[in-house]
Ligand binder design. Structure first.
Ligand code: ADP
Ligand code: GLC
Length: 468
């Protein structure tokens, strides 16, 4: 079976968040003697594209409304990745330093059309087209409705929703950008009076998945306006939990971290990484280290951090270290806080892949008080590195972390995103840390939990077979 993933992000080429990690790992675990799995993504102007050489395998023009825009399909000249990646190079639209920008309607429409135009030239069409999020959400519609893709009508396609908050809305005034189709079916593009690529994907895809089973259920109740659509289409919807790439995220071999370790050497290994963090960020090695890594947005509960951190630091013997960026006001508050808690609090505002790995390795607890968490990968990385997750029980966090008070529990869970519940959860962490015997036993337990992609890759395979 040939599987084609079409996505805006793919690690290590371009990453904004977990979407990249998933698309950068799943194809690797899908490849077998029977199956080939490949990725089509945009060609951005970033570190990866600067540092690698590319070969053009196809060139043509893409029609976007009345405009003809030149595009190339590129591959890596040498093959440093574990699966094939094809890059759609549209210099005027896609070749930017950032993955997302204000003209994403045109950018990602041109990307999707160019990708399909190129696939039309293949001798053997793929067996599955797997789209990810709204950036590729118009593909199921085009496969089904656009005259020029008539040859693709029988190719099963699925869409995976990584985050339903963002839907890619644009005005019907731009409908002419979509390759011609029977206008009687324009309703398949619409939700609430605008063109909604995610809604269209839910209507037209052969199957819809979310990145955890709980998130699928939650979306039927809160999906930023798509609740009734997801309920109506529930027969073709299911949740498949993400895995993690255990080659990249392995404390024993991770080249980013200060000291490698496994379950037998975790004490010394984790301590060496913690020491590095404490030296670098002026923190107190003797106190437990609570960390956060992620986007500073409402979904992650980050607007509550300034108050939560004050409360926790005033009342407890602990350190807090944050790595993230996002909302300007929150960033500014987190910066301001530094001067009041010198020696126990610090924040790195920005994006730093290496530092994130060291934090997973060196922190004692990882905070994830998310309001919405479709899956969440951070908690699974933390588990593998022996860092105890403190999570709000929602979405994928609910599916992967069991509270330590329950049978076989290992994490700290809370039900609501309030200052008092988050600080209370932190206090529970401090108490656990004081009981070093229990803390270490828990650390060993979590390092053995298997969240590798094998299980989920098998679930995707069963799904592909069932719709083929
Ligand atoms: P989301 O995709 O919603 O941001 P996930 O938990 O699925 O959340 O994945 C986030 C990914 O991005 C993880 O690999 C995490 O380590 C990484 N990440 C997020 N923010 C940063 C940052 N500021 N620096 C480095 N890595 C980050
Ligand atoms: C999204 C979600 C996150 C998920 C990731 C990968 O960014 O916010 O919860 O882990 O996609 O599927």
């Amino acid at each position: 079976m040939t599987i084609i993933h079409i996505s805006a992000e793919c690690y290590p080429v371009a990453k904004v968040g977990g979407l990249a990690d998933v698309v950068g790992a799943l194809p690797k675990y899908q490849k077998s003697s029977e199956d080939n799995s490949q990725v089509i993504m945009p060609f951005y102007d970033n570190k990866f594209t600067k540092e690698n050489a590319f070969t053009t395998v196809y060139s043509n023009n893409v029609t976007l409304g009345n405009n003809l825009i030149g595009f190339n399909v590129l591959t890596l000249t040498e093959k440093p990745l574990d699966f094939d990646v094809f890059f759609i190079d549209i210099p005027d639209l896609l070749f930017r330093e950032y993955v997302y920008s204000s003209d994403d309607t045109e950018r990602f429409l041109a990307f999707q059309i160019a990708a399909l135009d190129w696939l039309l030239t293949w001798d053997n069409y793929p067996d599955i087209i797997h789209c990810h999020d709204h950036h590729t959400g118009l593909i199921p519609f085009m496969l089904q409705e656009s005259y020029k893709y008539e040859a693709f009508r029988k190719i099963p396609n699925i869409v995976t929703i990584h985050n339903a908050q963002y839907q890619g809305w644009f005005s019907h005034l731009k409908v002419g950008l979509i390759p011609p189709f029977n206008f009687d079916h324009v309703g398949l593009l619409d939700w609430g009076g605008t063109i909604n690529p995610l809604a269209s994907a839910i209507k037209c895809a052969w199957h819809v998945t979310t990145v955890s089973p709980s998130y699928m259920e939650e979306l039927k109740l809160a999906a930023n306006g798509l609740e009734s659509l997801l309920s109506a289409e529930s027969d073709k919807c299911s949740g498949i939990l993400n895995g993690i790439d255990t080659d990249v995220w392995n404390p024993e071999t991770d080249y980013y971290i200060e000291a490698n370790y496994n379950i037998k050497t975790v004490k010394a290994g984790a301590e060496a990484n913690k020491k590095f963090l404490c030296d670098t960020f002026n923190l107190d090695f003797e106190k437990p280290l609570f960390a956060f890594i992620g986007r500073l947005v409402g979904e992650k509960g980050s607007d509550l951090f300034p108050e939560v951190f004050k409360e926790a630091l005033d009342n407890n013997n602990l350190n807090i270290l944050l790595l993230g960026s996002g909302n300007d006001f929150v960033e500014q508050q987190l910066e301001t806080l530094k001067k009041d808690y010198i020696g126990t609090y610090n924040a790195f505002i920005g994006y730093d892949e290496k530092l994130s790995h060291i934090i997973y390795a060196g922190a004692d607890f990882l905070l994830m008080p998310s309001r919405v968490e479709p899956c969440g990968l951070n908690q699974m990385y933390a588990l593998r590195y022996g860092t105890i997750p403190i999570v709000r029980s929602i979405g994928g966090l609910k599916d992967t972390v069991t509270d330590i008070s329950e049978e076989n529990g290992f994490g700290i869970c809370h039900n609501n995103v309030t200052i008092s519940e988050i600080t209370n959860a932190i206090n529970r962490g401090v108490t656990l840390y004081k009981n070093q015997k229990k803390y270490k036993k828990t650390r060993n337990t979590i390092m053995e939990i298997d969240h590798s992609w094998h299980v989920s890759a098998a679930e995707y395979k069963n799904l592909y077979k069932s719709i083929n």
